[in-house]
Design a protein around this ligand. Structure first.
Ligand SMILES: Cc1ncc(COP(=O)(O)O)c(C=O)c1O
Length: 336
């Protein structure tokens, strides 16, 4: 069935994956390779990930998306030493919800009300006071799109809170060009989550990984089920990481689309658009009734992201240029 809805609510890559990934999946299907069990521990993908991040395969544990990597990390923590989880607020609500279920207590450190920046010192103080054992930071952040922590902030955070394992969710890091993955060689209280769902355009195939010091990754690998990720998805992820030319091209295109979309969105009088390091925009609505705008968009089959704890905000992903243009036209028709 054809989906006639415009999906601005999902922070995906609207261009999709490389043609080489499609070829790899077709090849996989035609060869009937699916009759066999694949690699139990995603060894080939881990080798490619290691080469890509200049690390060793021992630093990687592959899961069905960053979400599954996080769930297993939470579970391990729950079983080993149920402790407190600390996270900035607002951040990716699905992961924070999972954290709440798996942790003794969730400590939320509010981001700046105006620009959603993070005070690393406040995070450190809250972590020390609460004696949190796990920390979760999305960098860039969802829903605000900004980078929360830079190199100096990360070094201080890891140095000052050695008993907390910091999970840095880098789902959108390809857009921002900043990754802490290489730091895991030196740091045992850092785990980086990476995913093929975003810039690589493979959200539905469910592949992601945890990157950590070998001693930490080993613990996580122990609880991971063999063949957890299906072999067709692994074949797709392998082809995706091998085609860095496509990734580079698509990142350039998306950056360009985002710049154009941002300057047009800023002209909408009832919008306050937050700058982004990712491919979506958090927008504060002012002087209008948010539900009226959402109704107007829904009447044009346009979905945007909203969340109950931020009623005056919506989040919009930059989709294909013609889709962005369509949304802008529909927004301009709205009578506040
Ligand atoms: C910050 C963040 N992390 C992770 C994910 C999902 O990652 P995965 O599809 O690998 O589970 C999302 C999806 O929206 C996200 O916004």
């Amino acid at each position: 069935m054809k989906d006639e809805t415009f999906h601005f609510e999902a922070a995906i890559n609207p261009y999709g994956c490389s043609a080489k990934v499609v070829e790899a999946v077709e090849r996989f299907a035609r060869s009937k390779q699916y009759r066999f069990y694949g690699e139990p521990d995603a060894a080939s993908l881990r080798e490619l990930l290691a080469a890509h991040h200049n690390l060793s395969p021992e630093n990687f544990v592959v899961f069905n998306g960053a979400g599954e990597a996080l769930a297993w990390t939470f579970l391990l923590n729950l079983v080993m030493r149920p402790g407190r989880l600390i996270a900035p607020h607002p951040s990716y609500e699905r992961f924070v919800e999972a954290g709440k279920r798996y942790s003794a207590e969730l400590i939320e450190v509010p981001l700046d009300e105006q620009n959603f920046s993070l005070s690393v010192n406040e995070l450190i103080d809250a972590c020390r006071t609460s004696r949190a054992t796990l920390g979760l930071v999305s960098n860039p952040n969802n829903p605000s799109g900004n980078t929360l922590i830079d190199e100096a902030g990360m070094a201080k955070l890891l140095d000052d809170t050695p008993d907390c394992l910091w999970i840095i969710d880098e789902a959108y890091a390809d857009y921002a060009g900043l990754s802490f993955a290489s730091w895991v060689q030196e740091r045992t209280n850092l785990m980086v989550l990476r995913t093929f769902s975003k810039a690589y355009g493979l959200a539905g195939l469910r592949v992601g990984c945890a990157v950590a010091h070998a001693s930490v990754a080993q613990k996580l690998a122990r609880v991971r089920l063999p063949w957890a990720v299906n072999s067709m998805s692994l074949a797709a992820a392998q082809a995706a990481i091998e085609d860095q030319d496509y990734l580079k091209e698509i990142l350039g295109r998306i950056r360009n689309d985002c710049e154009n979309f941002y300057s047009e969105l800023c002209k909408i009088p009832f919008f306050h658009v937050h700058p982004t390091a990712a491919n979506f925009f958090l927008i504060r609505l002012s002087g209008i009734e948010p539900s009226r705008l959402k109704k107007h968009l829904a009447a044009h089959r346009i979905q945007v992201r909203s969340r109950p704890d931020m009623p005056e905000y919506i989040r919009i992903t930059s989709m294909l240029p013609q889709e962005n243009q369509h949304l802008l036209n529909v927004l301009r028709e709205f009578e506040p």
